[in-house]
Write a protein that binds this ligand. Sequence first.
Ligand SMILES: NC(=O)C1=CN([C@@H]2O[C@H](COP(=O)(O)OP(=O)(O)OC[C@H]3O[C@@H](n4cnc5c(N)ncnc54)[C@H](OP(=O)(O)O)[C@@H]3O)[C@@H](O)[C@H]2O)C=CC1
Ligand SMILES: N[C@@H](CC=O)C(=O)O
Length: 312
Amino acid sequence: MTPVPIVLAGHGPVGRAYAELVTERGRRHGVDLRVVAVRGRDRQREAGEWGPLTDLPELLERTGAQVFAQAVPSDGDDRAAREALQALDAGAHVVTATKSHLLTHWDQLAQTAAAAGRSVRLSGATGAAMPAGDLARSVLRGFDVAEVVGCVNGTATFVLDRLAEGTDLDTAVAEAQRAGIAEADPSNDLSGADAATKFRLLSALLWGWGPARTRVETEPISRLPDVPAGHRLRQVARAVRDEPGVVQVALSAEPESSVLGALRGPEKAVRYDCGEAGQVAVSGGRSSPHGAALAMVKDTLGAVLEATTGFG
Ligand SMILES: NC(=O)C1=CN([C@@H]2O[C@H](COP(=O)(O)OP(=O)(O)OC[C@H]3O[C@@H](n4cnc5c(N)ncnc54)[C@H](OP(=O)(O)O)[C@@H]3O)[C@@H](O)[C@H]2O)C=CC1
Ligand SMILES: N[C@@H](CC=O)C(=O)O
């Protein structure tokens, strides 16, 4: 097996799980995936030793990295964008669970990836181990998707169910944080901003909407409206092909027997209305750091084994 060197940025829960899984999973598919360097905020590990952070283009060239994997905070720091662009320029594929730079630098990443003949894979950023991004990216191509609806924030589903059982908001959020689902600062989970981010990315994959130009309307989880019997309250995101550039996130009572109402705990689901092809839904997939890491492993194998470029 020819080695496929990987440089990993981020060794939080997602990055650590990725590093633990990627080699063994790669072997099962006949690919020798090796994390040759791990980068943190201001330090770097190579050959088991931590040292100071070095220049990324030099590191990529010296290690012959074919994949640059990102699991750093989605906090808008421009380093994630800069490093992804440097990696593509250096001839590496980018696999990311980090979301913020995809929103701000989508067009630039797409152009740079196309020029380099490399791909950017973002399953981990669109719903952990639920492969909604793969459906939007390529699987539904030609189905003429008219609408996409979903519950894509695991914390929201988990917290809404706990609130319905009588738990208070702080306790429910603390439980979600202990399970590794809610962010350390859960405000984007509760406000609908994280769900909107994932839908901006899915809409970009589906319809080519520029995520930076997509307008977002959100309703936060703050009060519990009355819910009819046989329904569950859900944080539902929605985008419609014929209303371009708008993503809505609102609380909605969904029938318990429906795809969204049937979700439990941190599960997620997305339903695509594919016109004459009917409705296609995907739900499940582990919603956790481990799930996000597995999505990155899947994307790493996809990037290495499939000849695609850009986000396509
Ligand atoms: N938790 C989940 O279920 C999911 C998470 N995600 C996303 O995955 C990403 C990683 O999440 P998680 O594993 O929780 O880790 P964190 O978001 O907590 O990031 C921690 C890692 O990032 C490094 N880091 C911090 N700031 C920077 C920076 N400015 N530049 C480069 N590296 C930095 C830290 O280095 P050091 O240790 O040196 O400080 C550490 O290695 C996030 O963007 C998150 O939104 C996506 C899907 C699901
Ligand atoms: N906080 C997010 C995790 C990753 O996207 C969630 O609750 O879904």
